[in-house]
Design a protein around this ligand. Structure first.
Ligand code: HOZ
Length: 428
């Protein structure tokens, strides 16, 4: 495939945007080569500036669960835009989407909308700190909760892709309040709690990790966290930016039947527009300004276009009773196909999958946490990434990101993808 126009656009972008991109993973530095510039997208496919058609497994890193340019979302945004794009005043649609979200997600009474998953997680820990009166938070190595200071300690996603899981610019004062634990290791969490008794506000976790590849929680791990939080008066925060409205209507809370105290959303909830949200039971949410003392705000929060897109998306998810099963079946189909062809080609691999999230790790060891994820062979991943691209399949340009399956993918697309994996890895 030819990428000359993308290369030219990237060269132009590099002159005025640091690294030529507005989010580092997009620069392709971890895999080499030139990032692809998108012209448009529809359903399961991306069309790039060089005229190539690609089957998309990133889907804007999760939001496009129904495929690109999903008609009801596009229609809702266009109609809303005709009536004004931002007022900085309340609108009825904010209550409509809030009511729907609260009805779909277990264990939440109130929700506040922000503009990104980063904002949602950043605000959630402030709320937890204000509510409990404690400063410290526990996060898990390899989990990524956006680029706010407190989270850039052993962070996953782009941070680890670029070897900067602990970013310069985060003060030591901030870093000392972020305690690290090992994903899927409850004994380790216990020891962190014991060493900091009475000082911890919250444990924040991706209930299914998606930023060190896809890593499911071990059986009982989330419930054990819940129990520990109850014992020690710590709030449990589920960062459901990836899993919310993707694994089930009620996200990971519903799938694993474990209640979080605060839940963070992003991606699907905005239907592809910049939306994040955090939610909790009333007792906690009422600590937020203007009812309570914990400040949080945003000029564009609850923006009408974003709310219209989110509402159209959530309405579809709420009405389509088979959607999550369909997505899980498609993902299982891919999983089986990948496992078969990778084994045939003698490629060491581990495939992790939950619902419509999946990742291939080039290691034969189980991948259960950051350490085991980091054992994946990155040279093999690079070859795999570029080989797949040549076959017209677009996956994330980093071994630490999850593939997101969309309902727009047909079984023909899935078969083409499995065939591509077979062809590409036969040359390794
Ligand atoms: N790091 C985020 C995904 N886990 C966002 C990447 C991007 O938007 O380029």
């Amino acid at each position: 495939m030819n990428y000359s126009r993308s290369s030219a656009l990237f060269a132009q972008a590099e002159k005025v945007i640091p690294g030529g991109v507005n989010s580092p993973v997009r620069a392709f530095k971890a895999v080499g080569g030139t990032p692809i510039f998108v012209k448009e997208a529809k359903g399961a496919y991306l069309y790039d500036e060089d005229g190539n058609k690609l089957i998309d497994y990133i889907n804007s890193w999760g939001p496009m669960i129904l495929g690109h340019a999903y008609e009801p979302v596009v229609h809702a945004v266009i109609e809303k835009a005709k009536k004004g794009t931002s007022f900085g005043m309340p609108t009825e649609i904010e209550t409509q989407i809030a009511e729907l979200a609260v009805s779909m997600v277990p264990n939440i009474d109130k929700i506040r909308f922000v503009n990104s998953g980063t904002e949602a997680c950043m605000s959630a820990i402030r709320l937890a700190r204000g509510f409990t009166g404690n400063d410290k938070i526990i996060k898990f190595a390899g989990c990524y909760h956006g680029h706010s200071d407190s989270f850039l300690i052993q962070a996953g996603s782009g941070a680890v892709t670029f070897g900067a899981p602990n970013s310069p610019g985060v003060t030591q004062g901030t870093a000392k309040d972020t305690l690290l634990a090992k994903y899927n290791n409850i004994e380790n969490v216990k020891s962190v709690i014991h060493a900091n008794k009475g000082e911890i506000a919250c444990i924040i976790i991706e209930p299914v990790a998606g930023n060190m590849g896809c890593i499911p929680p071990k059986n009982g791990f989330l419930q054990s966290l819940r129990d520990l939080c109850d014992t020690y008066g710590i709030l449990l925060i589920f960062d459901e930016v990836m899993t919310g409205f993707r694994l089930a209507k009620g996200g990971a809370q519903e799938l694993y039947n474990v209640n979080a105290d605060i839940v963070c959303f992003g991606k699907v909830i905005g239907g592809g527009l910049p939306v994040g949200a955090f939610a909790a039971r009333e007792e906690i949410m009422n600590y937020l300004a203007p009812l309570g003392p914990i400040y949080q705000a945003g000029t564009l929060s609850g923006n009408p276009l974003a709310m219209a897109a989110g509402l159209a998306m959530l309405e579809t998810l709420n009405n389509d009773t088979e959607l999550f099963n369909r997505l899980a079946k498609k993902t299982e189909y891919l999983h089986k196909g990948f496992a078969e062809v990778l084994s045939e080609n003698n490629i060491s691999h581990t495939i992790n999958r939950v619902g419509s999230m999946i990742s291939i790790h080039f290691t034969e060891d189980q991948v259960i946490d950051f350490e085991t994820s980091a054992k994946g062979n990155n040279e093999t991943f690079k070859k795999f990434f570029h080989g797949m691209l040549q076959e017209g399949i677009y996956i994330a340009p980093s071994a630490f990101e999850t593939w997101f399956i969309t309902d727009a993918l047909t079984y023909k697309d899935l078969d083409a993808t499995i065939a591509a994996v077979k062809k590409v890895t036969s040359k390794f």
